[in-house]
Design a protein around this ligand. Structure first.
Ligand code: ITT
Length: 191
């Protein structure tokens, strides 16, 4: 079954492609379809709105995923503003905000919105962890060099894609989608 993923981020696409291939989904990256990203509190709302606007253009079953990093000591910042904050402050800027801060707890959240007529679904998942003292690792993207998932010593950027996919917010939300597709028996006929 074929499903489009509207995203400009090739790392997100690669992570998602691998997870959904386990469910027999052939994921195709769409970089050119405009998707309106509303300002919003919840990633689920942002992802669903973006998916609806992309679907109006494409007219084919698709997913959109919105993700963010929520840092406890910063009252959840940058959360839904993660993309902008990554571009402006980056990992170093976040570490500066947390200088002398002992509370390092944070989580990533992922919201995957799927438009597969007649269905519209959103799957949300989190991975908890801590913000590292220094950026470490070359892999991944975004805030991966400063995020250590709970129970691990390494950052996401020090792991391969497969390993990150065993733990990550994105992989967990996508597996929920995969299980949902399975339970609905959505196969080639609908996609
Ligand atoms: P699209 O909207 O085109 O899909 P994007 O890169 O803007 O791509 P998001 O809005 O979902 O993706 O992500 C917001 C930011 O949050 C992203 O730029 C990263 O800096 C950060 N982020 C999200 N998921 C992440 C992950 O798995 N690892 C590290 N940083 C992540």
């Amino acid at each position: 079954m074929k499903l489009y993923f509207a995203t400009s981020n090739r790392h997100k696409y690669e992570e998602a492609r691998r997870v959904l291939s386990e469910y027999g989904v052939e994921l195709v990256q769409l970089t050119s379809v405009p998707k309106l990203e509303i300002q919003g509190e919840s990633l689920a709302d942002i992802a669903l709105n973006a998916a609806r606007t992309a679907y109006l253009r494409l007219g084919e079953p698709l997913i959109v995923e919105d993700a963010g990093l929520y840092i406890e000591a910063l009252k959840g910042f940058p959360g839904p503003y993660s993309s902008y904050v990554y571009k402006t402050l980056g990992c170093r800027g976040i570490l500066r905000l947390l200088e002398d801060e002992e509370r390092r707890e944070a989580y990533f959240e992922s919201a995957v919105a799927a438009i597969i007529p007649p269905y519209e679904e959103v799957f949300v998942a989190r991975v908890h962890g801590v913000i590292a003292a220094e950026p470490r690792g070359e892999g991944g993207f975004g805030f991966d060099p400063i995020f250590i998932p709970r129970g691990e010593a390494r950052t996401f950027a020090e792991m391969g894609v497969e390993e990150k996919n065993r733990l990550s917010h994105r992989a967990r939300a996508l597996r929920m989608l995969g299980e949902w597709l399975r339970s609905r028996k959505i196969k080639r006929a609908q996609l």
